[in-house]
Ligand binder design. Sequence first.
Ligand SMILES: CC(C)(COP(=O)(O)OP(=O)(O)OC[C@H]1O[C@@H](n2cnc3c(N)ncnc32)[C@H](O)[C@@H]1OP(=O)(O)O)[C@@H](O)C(=O)NCCC(=O)NCCS
Length: 181
Amino acid sequence: MADSRSYRGIEPWLGERVYVDPSSVLVGAVEVGNDSSIWPLVAARGDVNKIVIGERTNIQDGSVLHVTRKSPSLPEGHPLIIGDDVTVGHHVMLHGCRLGHRILVGMSATIMDGAVVEDDVIIGAGSLVPPSKVLESGYLYVGSPVQQKRPLTDKEREFLRVSASNYVALKDEYFIDVHPI
Ligand SMILES: CC(C)(COP(=O)(O)OP(=O)(O)OC[C@H]1O[C@@H](n2cnc3c(N)ncnc32)[C@H](O)[C@@H]1OP(=O)(O)O)[C@@H](O)C(=O)NCCC(=O)NCCS
């Protein structure tokens, strides 16, 4: 059983066939869509705002997901919204940002409050996406702070779907081999 905790009466919500590693921690308003997976040592803390994760999305080992509270100057705060078929690599920091569909966030990248990543984007390992930055659909971004490097190739666009579906298959193996239900 994963460590799934209520905060102020709100429990994490999991869709169908979601894999959550027992060493990860989900707190409060965290929604995880069908066939998504949460890998070892992930912390997702939906306390002062909500975290919404779409379908077939994987959040890899050691990643940290948090949000920013609502305030008079920021009425909605900064929730964390992640779309479908997104691959979040190992040790990624996602804070109060919005990610579309079919995105790869490279290992150890950081994405800050109010940043928006449009559909079909690759973010290189170790990149920093500053607050409120918008990453345009269809491009590779690398660096700290990130710079638009080049358009994605057709092969890379296809890889975004393949990466997500590989992780759907992998989490299904974990249900069978590692944590039978
Ligand atoms: C970003 C990435 C996809 C680029 O791959 P690539 O096809 O080798 O990229 P390119 O050869 O077109 O490189 C483009 C430029 O970006 C640079 N670059 C590549 N990755 C970079 C990174 N992570 N940070 C900074 N610069 C990077 C290259 O040196 C090159 O620079 P140049 O134009 O000055 O020569 C790859 O390096 C990467 O970071 N992948 C992330 C993998 C990952 O974390 N997966 C999740 C866990 S499984």
